[in-house]
Design a protein around this ligand. Sequence first.
Ligand SMILES: [Cu+2]
Length: 196
Amino acid sequence: MKSNSGALLAAVMAVTAVASTAVAKDYTVGGSYGWDTYVDYDKWTAGKTFMVGDSITFKYEPYHNVLEVPEADYDSCTANNAVSVRSGGNTTFELAAAGTRYFICSIPRHCLNGTMHVKVTTVPYSAAAAAAAAAADAGPSPAPLPSAPADEHKATSDAGSSPAAAPSTAASAPRHHQPLVAVAGLALAALLAMAA
Ligand SMILES: [Cu+2]
């Protein structure tokens, strides 16, 4: 009996862990372009809602770096008072609190003459906003995966129907919900197996 309840607790915890990782997001700064001198980071942050619990990851060539600086130093690209100096090519910052944080590259001219400065505003966690962000992800993406258009085209021709919008919405909805349904099914199966 004791081991059964332990297993039950473990199963519940596993499901909870999956649910919370599905909510918190890690954003790669600049998307597929990463952290570099030619990316417009104001454009990248536009329309995104960063929430407490999310994280941002800078991916860059090792000759760049990432400095978190005070707001007063952001526009002037001043590196002397940095809150944090990071390097190596892969740097993650947890967005643990609401507020705006400022990041620059301190290599001469990369921030001032280039584009390597980004400010990220984090808002308190909201389940509604998280759901909206997830829904936005399921919609049109500025950088679609190379395979996505081909799949949708194939599905359209297989079905033999002409409207392009309807099949794409229909195809994306089940794809988006499938993982959660699968997780719920697995959890249910595990609980039933333990109860038997
Ligand atoms: Cu740089």
